[in-house]
Design a protein around this ligand. Structure first.
Ligand SMILES: [Zn+2]
Ligand SMILES: [Zn+2]
Length: 260
């Protein structure tokens, strides 16, 4: 897997160019606590916002195997905090062309998009306009950390771009700026996400709450998110097809490997 992860870990993301000042080492490794710190400079020095993004750095740092071995509740917290960190240290997010500052919105259930930028205009009261990043839990749950980092910057680029410009040249330039700023210069500017090899190989069995077992053959396991309403599911795998149905009635129980 290391091929895709050849970028040195970026511990500190910052605006400006005083990277050498930050003797931060690994202490900014962060965690799921969602801390966000700004590093203020000594009095009298010109203001240079130095922003630490421990959760976003963790997305860049973590290999897919250990990422997927982490309970989803913890991964979700890292993703949410990483999004908030990036928005906070993006000056363009305070005064985007849309006119309303970009903020983190909420987690959503979508089976098609990983995340999106929602810009809503309230005709009655413009102070109610919204410019939000929303994240899809079912989609991001199976994505590797660098894909998620890429997704966050993709959506922030929409949030600081014109509402209707889509994946225009303007958006591509903003996305490129964010990629460079946050240590992802190696990443191509793409409009769509395609599953990586690591995602295709993601251990689905640790992501499903229930496990079905076939009485005829222990290797015929299957996984589901919800307990079936009726338990009369019949195994149709391997030579089970030729057995009487009563001998291949699948039993569902809690998946002992579930890590969510
Ligand atoms: Zn897009
Ligand atoms: Zn079977």
């Amino acid at each position: 897997m290391s091929g895709r992860f050849g970028v040195p870990p970026v511990i500190v993301s910052m605006i400006g160019s005083r990277r050498q000042d930050l003797g931060l080492g690994k202490t900014a490794g962060g965690g799921s606590g969602g801390s966000f710190a700004s590093h203020s400079r000594e009095a009298g020095a010109p203001p240079a916002p130095v922003l630490i993004t421990p959760n976003f750095s963790r997305l860049l740092d973590t290999d897919p195997e250990s990422w997927f071995a982490t309970p989803w509740s913890q991964r979700k917290e890292v993703i949410e905090q990483a999004t908030i960190e990036i928005i906070r240290c993006t000056p363009e997010a305070r005064h985007p062309p849309f006119g309303t500052a970009l903020t983190f919105g909420r987690w959503m259930q979508s089976n098609t998009s990983l995340a999106w930028n929602k810009q809503v205009t309230c005709r009655v009261d413009p102070s109610l306009n919204e410019n939000l990043i929303e994240l899809s839990a079912p989609q991001l749950r199976t994505k590797e950390p660098r894909t998620i980092a890429d997704t966050i910057l993709h959506e922030v680029a929409h949030g600081i771009d014109d509402k209707h410009s889509g994946h225009s040249k303007g958006w591509r330039e903003k996305f490129r700026t964010l990629l460079n700023r946050h240590g992802m210069s190696d990443v191509e500017v793409r409009m769509n996400h395609q599953s990586t090899a690591a995602e295709l190989a993601a251990p689905v069995h640790v992501m499903r709450r229930y496990r079905g077992t076939c009485p005829n053959d222990q290797s015929h396991t299957s996984y589901r998110d919800g307990m079936p309403r009726t338990r009369s599911y019949i195994c149709t795998r391997g030579d089970c097809r030729s057995k009487p149905q009563s001998q291949r009635l699948i039993t569902y129980d809690r998946n002992p490997d579930f890590n969510g």
